[in-house]
Ligand binder design. Sequence first.
Ligand code: AMP
Ligand code: MG
Length: 333
Amino acid sequence: MKRTLTCMLLAFFALLSACAAQENGYETEFFAMDTVMQVHLYGAEEPEAAAREIIRQVSELEKTLSVTDAESEVARLNTGEKRGLSSELRALLDETLALCERTGGCLDPTIYPIVKLWGFTTGEYHVPDRAELDRALPLCGIEHIHYEDGLFRLDRGSALDFGAVGKGYCAELCRDQLAQAGITGILTLGGNVQTVGEKPDGSDWRIGITDPTAPEKTIAALSLRGSHAVVTSGGYQRYFDADGERYCHIIDPATGQSAHAGFSSVTIVSDSALLADALSTALYVMGPERAEDFWRRSNDFEAVLITEDGELLVTQGLSDCISAGIEFRVIER
Ligand code: AMP
Ligand code: MG
């Protein structure tokens, strides 16, 4: 049953794929994890087969992490079922819990009851009232996660959401897959960009940063060499408007409110795509002052921050890699 479903999914993605073998690489596009994904590969002997492997990897992880597919591993855990974890989910959960602690709970994998209340998974948007938040907030928090006799269990009503880290984790697995096969390239999984190795012509990878006020345009570009993750979280990526207010899909776990701490986008550059994905969400929740302070206390990422006032801030390590149409301020150590 599972295999048939996987085959059907692969056929579906293959159908959606618009493939183009190009002189300077091979490009394909597909839809997964609720977003459009692009794969651009260089140096593969059989690029179609390599891209198929990437698509398989993404769809397998989606089958594990989806909160809306009742058959997924996460959806089953979210019913309160006591069960063992697959090695992939165990690894992701452990790293996410460590990042939850490191960010003071700004990244919280147990945020799902609140995300659901706002309607961000179904698209049936709704601004929750105080009473609804007061009922849902106590269900969130990592104290609701239990390991008993090697099995995992959530308290009743609590639920996991890997929306903030899933694509990053996926990018990391795909990067390893390509690197092992000696293939270089660039993957775009929604707002998650992953470069793998050096470009064959020796030039830099160029990665555009979206203008949050005009998402069809870029406001800046990064020039990077080698393998890096470049991940953006932005209020413009998913939101709804109600009563003259804009509510985005990133939630402040401390209040259950849609995050509104002073950023319109946060881009993280790191060797680890999972870290970059986690921190783009968490720093968006923190807001400018806390985010700058967090960066100064860290040594495993750089950032491009765009405030709600339109200010462009760049951490020191990226100051030579960025070109922008507007002035920017460099955040120094
Ligand atoms: P991202 O686009 O990576 O910033 O992740 C946003 C997604 O992660 C949302 O659509 C939610 O599913 C989930 N999410 C929202 N707020 C948080 C949070 N504070 N911590 C963890 N996950 C969150
Ligand atoms: Mg994220």
